[in-house]
Design a protein around this ligand. Structure first.
Ligand code: NDP
Length: 287
């Protein structure tokens, strides 16, 4: 029975996870609230559990991938009596606090718990591009890593159950920053009435030079020093940044995506840090 794995939640992602487990040669039991979504997987060799409790009972390893933590609670809470001795691997997107709370709740019911963050879209699952962050007890991770590796590269972040959710959100924050800046860039180009398609390769090439930015920034942050070897000081950057708002006005677009970072840059300059690097803005994000 050790090769049986259950997957609870068969949305786009849960389905991709179940398929990856089937492809890796595991026997897979699946459950989804809307039962019809299990049918394609059953046709590919999975077993359908009638209830979530049946899916939990069927395997020692239960992979959960639902919309959010509320749905995970709605599915699991009625079945606390069958959790003892199981390992729950919750790959639902959530917060560090939600993950820690669920880890404590699982422990109260005798279940081992790993939290995870999937850094891939469903078509990337089981390809070399996919990686999944995990946190929770190291022994639990080591026991199940050979199975979890079916989803992509498994990256273990330590025994704080909240660590995977934290780094997942951190990576997404970086991604959304790039998306926000790119949306403004494309809106600006579109405002001329021209094609964004011709401009996009240049933007993409430009961003490739930006992707290593966090490496140098992290050195300064860890040193707590933003004043060494500054080549593009914050005062200069803030003066130039004003042009984004003037140009947006001229071109008839909104610059609201850029406003929050500009306000922080201005505050940092007002604090007398204009000679330093823009990285020092991070000090204003402390609460
Ligand atoms: P979908 O919207 O495709 O699927 C959502 C799933 O959650 C369905 O199985 C749905 O069941 C179930 N669900 C929602 N509410 C409840 C509830 N109250 N009770 C029981 N089941 C419920 O989402 P995905 O599969 O794409 O995403 C799942 C998780 O994976 C999310 O946390 C997401 O953030 C994460 N993720 C997704 C990525 C993606 O690109 N798709 C990338 C990385 C992470 P039903 O079919 O009955 O509605």
């Amino acid at each position: 029975n050790d090769k049986t794995v259950s997957v609870v939640g068969l949305g786009d992602m849960g389905t991709a996870l179940a398929d990856a487990l089937l492809a890796a040669g595991h026997r897979v039991t699946v459950w989804n609230r809307t039962a019809a979504r299990a049918e394609p997987l059953v046709a590919r060799g999975a077993s359908r559990a009638e209830t979530a409790a049946d899916a939990i009972v069927a395997s020692q390893l239960v992979v959960i991938c639902l919309l959010d933590y509320d749905s995970v609670s709605q599915v699991l809470v009625p079945h606390t009596d069958v959790l003892a001795g199981r390992t729950l691997v919750n790959l639902t997107n959530g917060t560090p606090g939600q993950a820690r709370e669920m880890a404590a709740w699982a422990a109260d019911h005798g279940a081992d718990y790993l939290d995870g963050g999937i850094m891939a879209v469903p078509p990337m699952i089981a390809t070399p591009e996919a990686f999944v962050l995990y946190s929770g007890p190291s022994g639990t991770f080591e026991t199940w890593q050979p199975v979890l590796d079916a989803f992509g590269e498994s990256r273990y972040l330590g025994d704080d159950a909240g660590a995977a959710a934290l780094q997942d959100l951190a990576l997404l924050a970086g991604m959304y920053g790039v998306i926000a800046g790119s949306l403004h860039a494309l809106a600006l180009v579109r405002s001329t009435g021209g094609s964004t398609r011709e401009f996009a390769p240049l933007l993409s090439k430009w961003l490739q030079g930006v992707v290593t930015w966090p490496l140098a920034a992290a050195e300064q942050i860890d040193a707590g020093d933003y004043g060494e070897d500054v080549v593009s000081n914050l005062g200069m950057q803030t003066a130039g940044f004003a042009n984004h708002f003037i140009a947006a006005e001229e071109q008839g677009i909104s610059a609201e995506l850029l406003l929050p970072v500009y306000q922080l840059m201005q505050r940092r300059v007002a604090d007398g840090r204009g000679h330093e690097d823009i990285v020092g803005v991070i000090e204003l994000l402390k609460r």
